[in-house]
Design a protein around this ligand. Structure first.
Ligand code: SAH
Length: 345
C-alpha cells in the first residue's frame, strides 16, 4: 500500500488519521505545526511526539519532500531551482526578488499537455501531476534556502494548474491556512490557459486569489494557431466565464498576452482585444515573448509593444508590460522545461 503523504493533508484529515492510530486530536495540531510552521521533513524531528508515535507515523505515512539538484542565479537576482521528486523526476521553480518581497513561481505538473506553441514546458508532454505537498515543498524549500519569507506565489511554473485541479486547490488552501504559513489568498495568483469548465468550478470555491488567464490572441483564429486548447475553449465563452468569475469574486481578472512578432502584435489585434474586453473589470499584462529555440517565434520590438499598450490604454484598459526576469538562466515565462540533471544519476 502506498503511504499517505501527511504534508498534503488538512488538519481535519490529520485528526482523522491520528484517531485511526488511537491518538488524541491535539497530536494532529502538533504535526501540522511541524509540517507547515517549522517546515520539517522528518518525523524524527518532531520532538514533542513520543518516540513510539514517531515510529508509528514513519511506518504508516510519509512526508513528501524535494531535493535541490541545482540552483542558478540570474544577474537580476532571480534564482531557478531544479528539484528532484522522490520518484527522481525533475521540475523547476523560480524565486523572484521584488522591492515588495519574495515571490515564487510554483510548478503544478512535470511538463504540461496543453501544447501552447510558444512554451517550452509542453515540448515533451506531461509526465505527472504534483501533489499539494510537493507544491508546498517548493515554497518551503526556497524559504529555508534564503532564510526569508516568501510573500507571494504565482502558479505560473510548468504545468496547467487547472489540469491538476484538486491538488492545486488543496495547495492554495493549505498555504493560506492560518495554522500554517497563512499566506493571504490575495498574494496567490493562479494562471490558466483557459479551461472554461474548470474556471467555472474554481469560482464555486469562492477563493480570493487572483485569476490570470493566458489569452495571447484577440480572436479564436489566431488563438487556435498558437494554443491548441482554444479549439475546445472558445474565446467568447472564455471571456464570459472570466467576466462571471470577476463579478462573483469581485476580483479583477488578469489577461496575459505574450507578444509574438507578426503573429498577434499588430495594432489591429490591440483594437480587437480592446473591443472584446470593453466593460470588463480586468487588467492586461503584456509579456514580450521569450524565445524557445525549438520554435520560430520572436519577440516584438519595444516600439510595437508600446504601441500595443497605448491602444489598450486609450480604450481605458489597465495595461502593464511584464518586467523580464531571469531570461539569462532560462527562468523566464515559458522557458521552464523538464530539467536535465548535470552528469546524470
Ligand atoms: N499553464 C498556465 C501557467 C503556466 S505558464 C498558463 O497557461 O497560464 C505562465 C505564463 O507564461 C502563461 O501566460 C504562458 O502563456 C506564458 N508563456 C509561456 N511561454 C511563454 C514564452 N515563451 N514567452 C512569454 N510567456 C510565455
Amino acid at each position: 500500500m502506498r503511504k499517505q503523504d501527511v504534508k498534503s493533508m488538512t488538519l481535519e484529515e490529520l485528526e482523522v488519521l491520528l484517531g485511526d492510530l488511537g491518538e488524541p486530536k491535539f497530536r494532529a495540531k502538533q504535526i501540522f505545526d511541524w509540517l507547515h510552521q517549522k517546515q520539517v521533513d522528518e518525523f524524527s524531528a518532531m520532538t514533542n511526539l513520543s518516540k513510539s508515535l514517531r515510529e508509528k507515523l514513519e511506518a504508516e505515512c510519509k512526508i513528501s519532500k524535494l531535493e535541490v539538484v541545482q540552483k542558478q542565479e540570474s544577474k537580476d537576482g532571480t534564482t531557478k531551482y531544479l528539484f528532484a521528486l522522490e520518484n527522481d523526476k525533475l521540475m523547476e521553480s523560480v524565486l523572484m526578488r521584488y522591492g515588495y518581497g519574495n515571490a515564487v513561481c510554483v510548478s503544478t505538473q512535470v511538463g504540461c499537455r496543453m501544447g501552447c506553441k510558444f512554451c517550452a514546458s509542453t515540448l515533451d508532454g506531461v509526465e505527472g501531476n504534483l501533489t499539494a505537498g510537493e507544491m508546498l515543498s517548493q515554497v518551503y524549500q526556497i524559504q529555508k534556502d534564503i532564510g526569508e519569507r516568501v510573500g507571494s506565489v504565482v502558479l505560473m511554473g510548468s504545468g496547467e494548474p487547472l489540469d491538476n485541479y484538486d491538488n492545486t486547490v488543496r495547495f492554495i488552501r493549505l498555504l493560506n491556512d492560518p495554522k500554517g504559513q497563512a499566506l493571504g489568498q490575495r498574494h496567490i495568483t493562479l494562471s490558466t490557459c483557459g479551461l472554461i469548465e474548470r474556471i467555472h468550478q474554481l469560482q464555486e470555491e469562492n477563493l480570493q486569489i487572483t485569476l490570470a488567464v493566458s489569452l495571447h490572441a484577440p480572436n479564436d483564429e489566431i488563438r487556435n494557431e498558437i494554443m491548441p486548447i482554444s479549439r475546445k475553449n472558445h474565446m467568447e465563452e472564455l471571456l464570459l466565464v472570466c467576466k462571471q468569475y470577476g463579478d462573483f469574486t469581485k476580483r479583477r481578472v488578469t489577461f496575459e498576452y505574450a507578444l509574438i512578432r507578426g503573429v498577434n502584435d499588430m495594432p489591429s489585434c490591440a483594437e480587437e482585444l480592446a473591443g472584446r474586453l470593453h466593460n470588463m473589470l480586468c487588467h492586461v499584462n503584456l509579456i514580450p515573448v521569450n524565445d524557445v529555440k525549438e520554435r520560430n517565434f520572436y519577440r516584438s520590438s519595444e516600439e510595437t509593444i508600446e504601441t500595443f499598450a497605448q491602444i489598450l490604454r486609450s480604450h481605458g484598459i489597465e495595461t502593464t508590460v511584464r518586467r523580464k526576469l531571469g531570461s539569462d538562466i532560462n527562468a523566464a515565462c515559458g522557458q521552464l522545461r523538464k530539467g536535465h540533471r548535470a552528469g546524470g544519476r
